[in-house]
Design a protein around this ligand. Sequence first.
Ligand code: SF4
Length: 349
Amino acid sequence: MSKQISVGAVKIGGGAPISIQSMTNTDTSDVKATSEQINALAAAGCDIVRVAVPDRKAAEATAEIKKLVSVPIVADIHFNYKLALICVENGVDKIRINPGNIGGADNVRAVVDACKSRGIPIRIGVNAGSLEKDILAKWGKICAEALAESAEGHARLLEDAGFEDICVSMKGSDVPSTVQAYEIFRSKRDYPLHLGVTHVGGGTGAAVKAAVGIGSLLLKGIGDTIRVSMMGEPTQEVVIAREILYAVGLRRPELEIISCPTCGRCKVDLEEYVERTKTALNNVKSDSPLRVAVMGCEVNGPGEGKDCDFGLACGPKNGILFAGGQTVKKVPVESGVDELCALIEGAIK
Ligand code: SF4
């Protein structure tokens, strides 16, 4: 098991639930726009939000931003250790900085001392695009070994300064080498790992790369916090991150609707049936998560939805309602959704 760190009230590693992170794309010195985006991310389910701190104005803005938000904030800093010191003073909850890039041991010591005095962890964030020249020369190209070696080098600098309140990421845009880099690093150090695949653009391709990269590591028990990096509106990252956690079984949604892909046997507009079911059950409160199946035929539907709590299999004329793997009754298919919802509401009252 990895070590545990605390980012504000959120624990990372050491068996804590996998947290979801994202990053604002506003100008951090615009306090209003940035705090509004942070609050929107938090409302969408983001546990920790990172802000870019490229200059002094942005670093100073973190003081005001902290007053306007409730989720922990991470200050993302490259090269300038003085910006890190300002952000620590302003009460940010974590610093993302690579100690090998901040101008030597004295500067590392200054950041470490500031973070120690406030109990603030540091994330080492290695990216394929910013690997050290000597490491690239050694390996001849961007590869898993190079990413892991870079991360280890940065970790050693913090360790030499007596600091182990560390989280580490090694993000490439190539999924296999990113996954392998995390595996290599995990075999050497037990710091909590922040998972992500970077520079993947936007849209479906980016979501798939993130899901495969992050998901395959989580399935191996590697990773403690995740960020889906995507171009566009940041809250979409949170939605996809949550779906990844659902898919690998590390979180369960309150309401999960299972439906089949449909085929020539389906004689109803199943998408419409699913949407109506989602809308109708949206406000239904259950003590435990609900899994509901809405299937496209009565031939395979009941069997495919057997492991769901409740279900409807839609035949051409009649639908079959089922619960806990057993048939409950046959109903006219047009009233199937209403009957299904009534069955569920009656059962969970
Ligand atoms: S459940 Fe029925 S309609 Fe849906 S894909 Fe399977 S066979 Fe086709």
